[in-house]
Design a protein around this ligand. Structure first.
Ligand code: ATP
Ligand code: MG
Length: 351
């Protein structure tokens, strides 16, 4: 069986470098390699509304922003099916059948939901929709029978829960679903890139991000203000790498080639880290190196953005067309589910 890939993002803001290394880079590698059956990329507007119900404009306005970010980063609409979640009504129906297969206790155990509830201060104001979003995410994946799900580390519990839901459906009503597999980035630092503040993961909802569309000045300003090692006060002091976001970003982005180009006194990141740990290497020097690396990677993306910003109508056309394709595909799965659940009354009554 050829692979069916599904992945997505919430349209709550522009894409940041955490998305790039956590999921977009994996997508680009899959797209480059080819040989898959289908590759869906979903803009999860319905999911974004679960914690932005009174902020609909923010969600709807960001749909096009996220798609422009994809295209600028190199996602090819000829090789992928980019669609909008809310335009595929079958997903709601599938979600509601899945809801009967999941306990409240199981949802409460989901570690990502737990930390997102705390982060959003939802202890006493938790919307039911938000609490249940892992179930709707399972519907998004299973509606297309996707088997490969490129995600950042925070989404692995969702893929796990999706596998449970698929198994539960199959054993309760009959085989419909294959069990999907989450694919994490190859580099550990990319699974959960921290924000520039060094506290939480880089996240649109927290605002601790370096965005793909940031200007060169914004990128530099954010890097120069990024969290390093608070005990590394004098250049001569030994410094810590652990928890130092500047080094985490270098882990995620820099190659030996970057050293040759921008910091030839070191051969590789290992040597730079060793010098920092020993003492005698200032934060500013490391930050300026990181700035060179990130500017090199982000400049072509930002330049392509200018072109796509002039073609918004065409992009929407592509999204509507693809959403119809996705809807037809999801309907096929829904029909199969209803048949197994004996909800196919019309077919039965004709017999
Ligand atoms: P929000 O704050 O609205 O939840 P977000 O920044 O967390 O936004 P999502 O749209 O929830 O972004 O995530 C989209 C994809 O990007 C997911 O696969 C997620 O795992 C991945 N991702 C998000 N943030 C990071 C990060 N900091 N590091 C690595 N991957 C990430
Ligand atoms: Mg998120």
């Amino acid at each position: 069986m050829k692979d069916i890939i599904l992945t997505g993002d919430r349209p709550t803001g522009n894409l940041h470098i955490g998305h790039y290394v956590g999921s977009v880079r994996t997508r680009l590698a899959i797209q480059e390699k080819g040989g898959y059956d289908k590759f869906y990329i979903m803009i999860a507007d319905t999911q974004a509304l679960t914690d932005n119900a009174k902020n609909v404009d923010k969600v709807t306005n960001n749909v096009i922003q996220v798609v422009i970010d994809y295209l600028s980063a190199g996602i090819d609409p000829e090789k992928t099916c980019i669609f909008i979640q809310s335009q595929v009504p079958e997903l709601f129906e599938i979600t509601s059948y899945f809801m009967n297969l999941v306990t409240v206790a199981r949802l409460k155990r989901n570690p990502t939901v737990k930390s997102e509830i705390a982060m959003r201060g939802f202890e006493n104001t938790l919307p039911v929709g938000f609490f249940c979003y892992p179930i709707s995410q399972a519907a998004d994946i299973l509606a297309f029978n996707a088997n490969i799900i490129p995600v950042g580390g925070d989404q692995m519990p969702m893929v796990e829960q999706t596998r449970e839901i698929a198994s539960s459906f199959n054993s309760t009503y009959g085989e419909v679903f294959t069990l999907p597999k989450g694919v994490l980035p190859e580099i550990k630092a990319c699974e959960r890139l921290p924000g520039t503040d060094g506290k939480l993961k880089m996240s649109k909802s927290v605002g601790n991000c370096i965005y793909l569309k940031d200007s060169p000045e914004e990128i530099k300003k954010k890097i120069m203000g990024a969290y390093t090692d608070p005990d590394h006060i004098k250049v001569s002091d030994p410094g810590k790498i652990q928890g130092n976001v500047v080094f985490t970003y270098l882990d995620a982005f820099c190659t030996d080639e970057h050293f040759k180009k921008y910091l030839p006194e070191y051969n590789n990141l290992e040597e730079l880290k060793n010098h920092y740990k020993k003492g005698g290497l200032g934060d500013v020097k490391v930050k300026l190196f990181l700035n060179n690396v990130l500017q090199e990677i982000l400049t072509p993306i930002r330049e392509k953005r200018a072109f796509f910003e002039q073609n918004v109508d065409k992009i929407y056309e592509m999204l509507f067309k693809n959403s119809e394709i996705a809807s037809k595909e999801a309907r096929k799965t829904l029909e199969k589910m209803k048949e197994k659940m004996a909800l196919n009354y019309k077919t039965i009554s004709k017999k």
